[in-house]
Every structure is written in C-alpha cells, then in structure tokens.
Design a protein around this ligand. Structure first.
Ligand SMILES: [Fe+2]
Ligand SMILES: [Fe+2]
Length: 304
C-alpha cells in the first residue's frame, strides 16, 4: 500500500485533549494519531473558526434544523426504504460518490473516495484483524449518493451533517441548536419532551434519526442482507450522531447492545474525523483488498 503522508507534526498531547477515552473503551496499543489541523489549516470540527466555509456551514445547519421533523423523516424512510431506484455494486457506488464534495463538512475538501479510503486504510493499519471494520469505514458514507440525480438530487441538508433523534427533545449540545426553535416539532408537546415518543432504554434501533446518508446506508445494508456484524451496522447508522458520541446526550434511550456498539463507534469516529487530512491513497493498489471484503459481506449487486 502506498500512502504519501503530508501532515503537520503529530503531537501526543493533542490526542489526549481531543479524544475522550473511557475506561471501558476498546483501545489498541499505539493507536491512531490525531493531526493538529485539517486541510484548511484549522482545528478539526471548529464551527466557530473564521473560515470562508463557516457561513455556509451555519446556513446549512439552519435549514437542516428547521426541516428535519418527525413527519419528514418518516416520509423519507418510506420513500427511500423501498430501494427501487438503482442497482449497483458497492464499488460502483464509491465511484459515483466521487463526483461530490461534502458542503456541510468544515474539514474536508477532497473527493469522497479519498476520504473513504483514508478512513479505511487508517483503521486497517491499527486494527488489522477486524476486516469488518475496514469495510465499514469504506462504505460508511456511501449513502451520500442521495445527492446524485438518480436519487432525486436531495439537498445537502437532507443528506449530510450531524444527525439527532426526532420525536423527542432536541438536546442543547447539538450544533447550532438555536435554529431548532423554528422547527415545528419544537413546540409540539408530543415531540418536545425528554422521551417524546420513546421510552427509557428503548434501544437506538427504535429511535428515528434525522434523515441523511447514515440512515439511508443503514437501510441499504439491511435490505440487501449484508452480513456485517451489528457493530458495523451501528457505526453506519449513527456515525454522525455527535451529540451521543461526543457528550453522551440521549444515553437514556440506549439499551445494553447499544452500549457495546458505541465502544466501536467511538473507535471508528477517530478515524472518520482525523483521517480527513492530506494523506494520499493509491486507489488501484488497495482496490483488490476492498473488493475481497465487499465480496465477503455483500451480494454482488445491491438495490438502492
Ligand atoms: Fe458520514
Ligand atoms: Fe465520513
């Protein structure tokens, strides 16, 4: 594998500060190193950093928070859950995604396929035996095909960005929380309490999340009978649920299985965030390995 690394110096101190490691978390010796800055020379996920992209990111979240209602998500799940739009392989969908760059992301300015392989290769280096986690990293963002004309060219606010439960209160830790005040659910007593339509420990599987590439890719995997372990599917569905994995919001909705899966999600998330730097990947060189994993866990053609 050829990876040309053009990163700023790595400091272990930064790793300590930025990555919360819980006592019971699955951690590996000599784990992943966190670069200081992203492709724009700023710290990661700094939504207040003055950058040319910042305004459009804030605008993005305003639209997202106003429109992601419980009814909207229910409709989208019904509409996209039938998977009648396209038939294609996992690798074909990687290539399709290559046409897009993620507007909501203040850290990323590279084609998506680079990000997918950066994450997967970084995970592979540190967890060589967890092949399901390598593949999970490769495919976690494939739901972004929703931006493509074949999928109705959904607007960015309905595809990318942080996700959160709908049908219960919008936790204050959610990025740009103030814009939820304009969401109709904000004043709906059926949806604006701590539990809303849910109950304590009901399990995240039963929680309706704001609509985007995460939930869509999860539906694609399930309906196409992919054989990734539950932790892989959990990562795919909740990898943008930052309120949960960064500050522990909504933990009261989790069940025991979620607690186990969340350990893997926290591991994965370091790679999802911090591999978005100037690490170039030789795609043709690593492709055979990933094709073998796709073959192991997925049918040749999937319904999308
Ligand atoms: Fe994502
Ligand atoms: Fe990602």
């Amino acid at each position: 594998m050829t990876i040309i690394v053009e990163q700023p110096e790595l400091e272990s101190e930064v790793v300590e500060k930025k990555v919360d490691v819980e006592e019971n978390e699955l951690v590996l010796d000599g784990g992943f190193e966190v670069p200081d800055t992203n492709a724009f020379g700023q710290t990661f996920r700094d939504y207040n950093a003055e950058s040319e992209r910042q305004l459009s990111v804030e605008q993005f979240y305003r639209t997202n928070h106003i429109n992601q209602t419980y009814d909207f998500v229910k409709k989208m799940r019904e509409e996209y859950g039938v998977l009648k739009r396209v038939e294609m392989s996992i690798w074909e969908s990687c290539e399709l995604l290559n046409e897009f760059i993620d507007e909501s992301d203040p850290d990323l300015d590279e084609p998506q396929i680079e990000h997918l392989l950066q994450s997967a290769e970084a995970v592979r280096k540190d967890y060589p035996n967890e092949d399901w986690l390598h593949l999970t990293a490769l495919i976690h963002d494939l739901g972004k095909v929703l931006l493509h004309p074949s999928f109705g060219s959904l607007p960015q606010w309905a595809v990318v960005g942080d996700t959160f439960p709908v049908g219960c209160t919008f936790d204050e830790s959610i990025v740009h929380h103030k814009y939820f005040k304009e969401n109709p659910d904000y004043n709906n007593p059926a949806y604006n309490t701590k539990y809303g339509v849910y109950s304590e420990g009901c399990g995240l599987e039963n929680v309706v999340m704001s609509w985007g590439h995460d939930d869509y890719m999860y539906l694609v995997c399930k309906e196409n009978k992919c054989t990734l372990p539950p932790a892989g599917l959990f990562i795919i569905r909740f990898h943008s649920f930052y309120a949960l994995h960064r500050v522990g919001a909504y933990k009261y909705l989790m069940n025991e299985e979620d607690v186990e899966n969340l350990k893997w999600l926290k591991i994965f998330n370091k790679y999802d965030l911090y591999s978005k730097s100037k690490v170039r990947i030789d795609i043709e060189k690593v492709k055979p390995y990933y094709l073998s994993l796709i073959n192991k866990y997925f049918p040749e053609k999937l319904k999308w």
